[in-house]
Every structure is written in C-alpha cells, then in structure tokens.
Design a protein around this ligand. Sequence first.
Ligand code: ADP
Ligand code: ASP
Ligand code: MG
Length: 420
Amino acid sequence: MEVIVHKYGGTSVGTPEKIKKVAERIARVKREGYEIVVVVSAMGHTTDELIDLMHKVTDSPDPREYDMLVSTGEQVSAALLAMALQSLGCPAISLTGGQAGVVTEDIYKKARIKEVKLDRLKKELKEDKVVVITGFQGIDSEGNIITIGRGGSDTSAVAIAAALKAQVCDIYTDVDGVYTADPRIVPEARKLKTISYEEMLELASLGAQVLHPRSVECASIYKMVIHLRSSQKEDEGTYIGEAPRLTTFARGKEAGKMEKKEAVRGIALDENIAKIGILKVPDKPGVAAELFGALAKEKINVDMIVQSIHSSGTQADMAFTVDGADLKKALEVTEKAAKKLGAGGVVSDPKVCKVSLVGVGMVSQPGTAAKMFETLAENKINIQMISTSEIKVSCVVAAEAGKRAVQLLHKAFGLDKISQ
Ligand code: ADP
Ligand code: ASP
Ligand code: MG
C-alpha cells in the first residue's frame, strides 16, 4: 500500500474545529486506500506562549528543560488529532517524535535529525492505524527529548517521508502555495506552481518563513518532492523539487517549462537581523580571523560581511550582520575582540532588515542587481550592505523601509504579472 505523509502547521490545527476538519480530510484520504502518517505542529501560538511562560520563571533557561517544555505543544495537537480521528471511526495513534523513532544529534534546541527508525511506525501502519507524530522533536542517544529549531516540524515531516520512501510530502499550511513574495506584504504576489529546491532553499534561508530551510535541504538530499498547499482548500499548491521530476507532478502549462525566463522568481524579507560595525581596525593579516573566529567559537552565525578601507590607509572599518536573537552575545564578543585588536570602537544597529531577490535565471541574465539598486535609489531607500551569489542579490536596508522595498521590487521586476 502506498504511504502518504501529511504535515499540518500551527494555524491549521489552531482550534478544535480546525483539528476536526483536518481529521475529516485524513479519514477521507485513508478511505481511498492509503497508509497515512501525519506530522503536526503545536496549536496556534502555543510554542510562543510556552516560551513566554518560561521567561516568567527564569532569565537563563536550562536548554534541556527548554526542550522538555516546548516539545509539549505538539503532544497536545497530536493527541487531539488522534482522538478526533478515532471519533470518526478511523483507527489512529499519536506518538512523540522519540516514540516514532526520530533520533537526533545530542544538542538541545537546534539538533539535526540523524535517523528515523521505522519499526514502531511500520507496526502501527500494519495495524491499519493513522499514525500522528509530534513534529519539531526527537530523542538523543541518551533518550532526552530534543527539539530541532523553531519552525522545525516541516523538517520532521520531510525526514519521516524520506525514511518511509513516500512519493511526496504534503505540507498543509495557511497559504495555498509558495508565492513570489509573502502575500501578507505584497497582496498582488503570484502563486508559483513549481519551484526548484535551489530557489526554495534560498528563499527560505533568506527569511521567507513559509518553509523551514532545513526541510528543503533534507528534501533535496532525498529527492523528496514537497507539495505545499492549503489546509482549507483542496486545490493544488506548489510543488518543490528537482526540475525534471517536478514536471511529472505539475499539470497544465507549467509542465515541461522548467527553464524559466524570469531572472527573479521570488523576493524574501528577513526582519530578524542586526548589524554590527567595528571601526578603525588595523589593516593587516589575521584581523578578520581573530574577530570571526571568536564569534564562531560562541556559535554565532555571521551573515553578510563588508570591509572598507579607512581614509588613514592603515586602518579598515568592518560591518557584519547576525541573527537578531544573537545581537547581545555578538556585541560582547566583538567588544572583547575590538579591545584586543586596538580598534577604534564598536557600533550596532538592530533596526535593519535584509531584502533579497532569488532566481536561478540570474546566472544567465545580467543586470538584476543594477535594477535592484536603481529601484531602491529612485525611492530614496539607502542600501547599507550588499551581498550576491549566482542566484540571489541581498541588500540590508533600514527596518522601516523593508516592506516598502519588497513591494517596490516586486512591481519593478514584474512579478505581479508572471504567467502561471
Ligand atoms: P505553518 O504554521 O503552517 O508552518 P508558517 O506561518 O510557518 O505556517 O508559514 C506560512 C506563512 O509564511 C504564510 O502565512 C505567509 O505569510 C508566510 N510567507 C512568507 N513568505 C511567503 C511566500 N513566499 N509564499 C507564501 N507564504 C509566505
Ligand atoms: N511549534 C514549533 C514552532 O512554533 C515548530 C513548528 O511549528 O514547526 O516553532
Ligand atoms: Mg512553519
């Protein structure tokens, strides 16, 4: 029997009514003769609420207890969904990630999934049950409950689908597909029928929250096609996969048309970044290694880095961006390094954001970056930092200008008009 994996996000299981609706859909698919595994997120904003609760108890939570706490949200939705299925006469069982065989690295809060042991899952499926698994978590080698990073249920679902060798991983969410930009920011954004792993991975990593970046990475390793779709409608959503395989999933005009003409396929906004500047550092070998080595030691991810020559000729200024949540720690490390290096000072700005254009077509079509800079300049939006790769251009701008920049660029690149 063919196995199908569904994942439902927080909004899709946000109320008892929505859980019942999800159960109806699953029971219907089950009646069509499939084995079904369902991965769920916590209801609505439960995870945020659990974190708020934690901050009322402590300022410095122990990572093990953090994982114990936040993993409970998914247990609630998984158990309720199993009960809703049972009351429809559909046999079902809920399992925690650990019970379902999801084994992670021994790192709290952001572990990677190492393997999915299928014995228990297969046993329950054989007994004709729908298996509902808590997303976002697994267990480590010592049996501790481990979470895999915020938004990680997408990755749980893809990993489980890959282990089960499912045909496709259906990710149900509150939008009906991947759009050319976040539809909450750009109402004219267009739904994409298909998108390649490469482009989706860039979009997700650059701030489009619609999929957890690691889910796309995992899908591309195992060649698992993701079908991102609405939990409210039956319509097809967006297929994310390798170009040749995608054409067998996409119907209509999109089939066989993977070689895109558009240089830009999507725009992402990351509002969760901060900028740090270190001024007048000596312009000599080893300076960057000292600073970024110290940051890496503290496991702080650095994104964009710009170094400019100071007018003195013997000194340089450096600026870089980090995750907003890492700003405090990154500043401490940078100030320490600045003292050691004899730098002129350290400045920081949390009110910045990153706007990025993504598209594999950029490789063969020059001028994308120039057009982006022109559009921002014409609209008096100052670019603070730039970074480019073959398939993306990113600019750091003031936080207050971020959404407007996305809207302007969406129009300038004609993304509101692309054919479907
Ligand atoms: P879930 O709880 O189902 O995991 P998320 O809230 O994590 O859902 O992700 C869905 C949201 O992602 C949408 O509501 C949408 O506002 C946002 N989003 C950001 N960028 C895009 C995009 N390019 N296409 C579609 N949705 C996007
Ligand atoms: N509930 C977790 C979170 O809010 C995981 C997820 O929803 O994917 O981050
Ligand atoms: Mg999500």
